[in-house]
Design a protein around this ligand. Structure first.
Ligand SMILES: Cc1cc2nc3c(=O)[nH]c(=O)nc-3n(C[C@H](O)[C@H](O)[C@H](O)COP(=O)(O)OP(=O)(O)OC[C@H]3O[C@@H](n4cnc5c(N)ncnc54)[C@H](O)[C@@H]3O)c2cc1C
Ligand code: SF4
Length: 509
């Protein structure tokens, strides 16, 4: 008799997958809460809670639809806490004749499952997750023989392929990209909306984690866990985004402010990364909403949003599968420093960093510009080892799964890949942070000052970064201007000395 064991990983909660079209009495779905997954990096507590809650809800939904599910909670005595060991044991004791899994998105799990299957002794088959809009190899093939692999080229291809924001062969609005319109600082706080939250009681999970000795970072209110953990809740967050936030998304997507942690960002990354929502349905829902409300919502808002999902998200996945495992070792600048301890407390006098880190600890969330131009910018200027930076980002955010974390962190943010993802490092002095928001107005440091007491560390570190990496960056046509400015500056040595002093005292900044 055929007996099939099908694995569903914690980030494979796609209820629309063809596996679940009809219940089948010869199929058992396996879902596991495991120490292997809680411990491979130190996660934010909200991330672990978010995964476990979503998995439990998904398993319950499957059971209600008539599917057979074998679910092991973290404290189940039967739980071996290791994926391969558990699959081997179940196949042996329960007499499964076939093992099936969906292709994992992480290299680590991909390797583990291949090894697991190699000595399982029964036929094994891997299935597509039916989630992404391009397959793992698409990007590699797409850029074969081409000189550069720019996101923008890939994005335009995706727009055409899926007929998104297209008017026949041309982009709607006559332009592919409205980025230049989308760089405003927020001046009017009355525009802000409250996020659509789904407060839940999660003490049973926080107690489970504490009793099991799982080591976590970050804060949580066990009486009000606010992230969407089911498809229904995720669809509500998507709808709320269309109705209340899309109208200003693009304009303020690069804004930084102490007024609100989310601004007009969607808070959909966790739902997308667990596959509670599909990228195509998000893109199409947003496009359809915009089509019906073009008198209120500009094209720059909707294009800015769709580019993140149809463009950046798919592109990062393509880069991951094209470049792993080597990508995980890249350190273009040879940076070696450790992250200062205040990355785990928010306890620094630099207001932009203190706000962004404290918010990350409280909410397991920071928006893109906080990640890129505040924490990431500082880590790169300060010469922190990319391994350290990766571990921090992989742990702290609710949406952090390696395929999208490492490409953003090591690639886009730290330029440790030497220019695979980005054409130049995303670094700035205080000028950019000041222009984009209100962090600097209440900071202990002075954004205008480059040297001396109270000078903003971003300023001297920015020049130090360029000076120390001159041989690696000077030939980049997008950076030449920076060196021409530097060479004309009369106080270069003073700036370098100031930066050296800050680098020697990172912990005290
Ligand atoms: C250093 C660094 C680390 C990051 N780590 C992660 C991570 O671990 N997981 C993650 O999902 N995103 C990561 N990002 C990308 C981005 O910051 C988050 O996707 C976004 O902040 C999530 O919030 P949101 O859902 O409100 O996004 P919105 O601003 O509303 O954007 C909508 C959606 O677009 C997608 N998106 C936006 N930007 C990117 C991007 N650069 N790459 C891939 N998808 C994108 C996300 O799915 C997001 O939900 C990182 C960015 C940086 C600079
Ligand atoms: S002055 Fe410098 S450290 Fe302070 S908030 Fe502005 S950029 Fe950040």
């Amino acid at each position: 008799m055929t007996k099939i064991l099908r694995l569903v990983l914690g980030d494979q909660l796609n209820s629309q997958h063809s596996w679940f079209a009809l219940p089948n009495s010869s199929v058992t779905y396996l879902m596991l809460e495991m120490r292997q997954e809680t411990d491979y990096v130190t996660h934010h507590i909200q991330k672990v809670v978010g995964f476990f809650l979503s998995m439990r809800q998904f398993a319950q939904d499957l059971q209600e639809k008539g599917h057979q599910v074998y679910y092991l909670t973290l404290d189940d005595p039967q739980n071996l806490q290791d994926l391969s060991a558990q699959v081997h044991q179940l196949v042996k004791t329960e007499g499964f004749t076939q093992f099936e899994y969906q292709l994992p998105d992480e290299y680590r799990l991909d390797q583990q499952l291949q090894a697991c299957c190699s000595d399982l002794g029964i036929p094994c088959q891997a299935f597509d997750t039916e989630h992404f809009l391009s397959d793992r190899e698409f990007l590699t093939n797409f850029f074969k023989g081409k000189k550069s692999c720019l996101m923008e080229t890939f994005y335009r291809e995706m727009r055409k392929k899926y007929a998104v924001l297209m008017d026949g062969k041309d982009p709607i609005g006559g332009q592919w990209n409205f980025d230049a319109d989308n760089r405003k600082a927020l001046k009017d706080r009355s525009l802000l909306k409250k996020p659509r939250v789904h407060p839940k009681e999660v003490a049973h999970i926080t107690q489970l984690l504490a009793a099991s000795g799982v080591n976590c970072i970050g804060n949580i209110d066990p009486t009000r866990f606010n992230w969407p953990t089911s498809r229904e809740e995720s669809l509500e967050v998507l709808q709320y985004f269309c109705e209340e936030l899309l109208v200003h998304f693009g304009a303020y997507q690069d804004a930084l402010t102490t007024w609100d942690p989310y601004l007009f960002h969607s808070r959909l990354s966790f739902s997308l990364n667990c596959k509670l929502l599909s990228p195509l349905e998000v893109v199409q829902t947003v496009e359809a909403y915009w089509s019906r409300h073009q008198d209120q919502i500009g094209i720059a808002q909707v294009e800015g949003f769709i580019r993140q999902i149809l463009g950046w998200r798919e592109y990062m996945r393509g880069i991951y599968w094209a470049k792993m495992p080597e990508f995980g070792q890249l350190n273009y600048f040879g940076h070696e420093r450790k992250l200062p301890d205040w990355f785990w407390t928010g306890n620094t006098k630099m207001n932009c960093l203190s706000q962004s880190i404290q918010q990350s600890l409280d909410l397991a969330y920071a928006h893109h510009i906080q990640r890129l131009m505040v924490t990431g910018n500082f880590a790169l200027l300060a010469g922190i080892h990319p391994d350290e930076v990766d571990r921090w980002y992989l742990g702290i955010y609710i949406d952090a799964i390696e395929w999208v974390e490492i490409t953003n962190t090591r690639g886009m943010s730290q330029f440790a890949d030497g220019g695979i993802v980005g054409t130049k490092p995303y670094v700035s002095s205080a000028n950019y942070i000041k222009k984009q928001g209100n962090y600097c107005s209440t900071c202990a440091y002075q954004a205008e000052k480059k040297t001396g007491e109270g000078s903003c560390p971003f300023n001297s570190l920015y020049w130090h970064f360029h000076a120390r990496n001159r041989d690696l960056l000077e030939k980049n046509p997008r950076i030449g201007m920076v060196y021409r400015t530097w060479d004309k500056m009369s106080n270069r040595q003073e700036i370098l000395d100031q930066a050296e002093d800050y680098l020697a005292h990172l912990k005290e900044l």
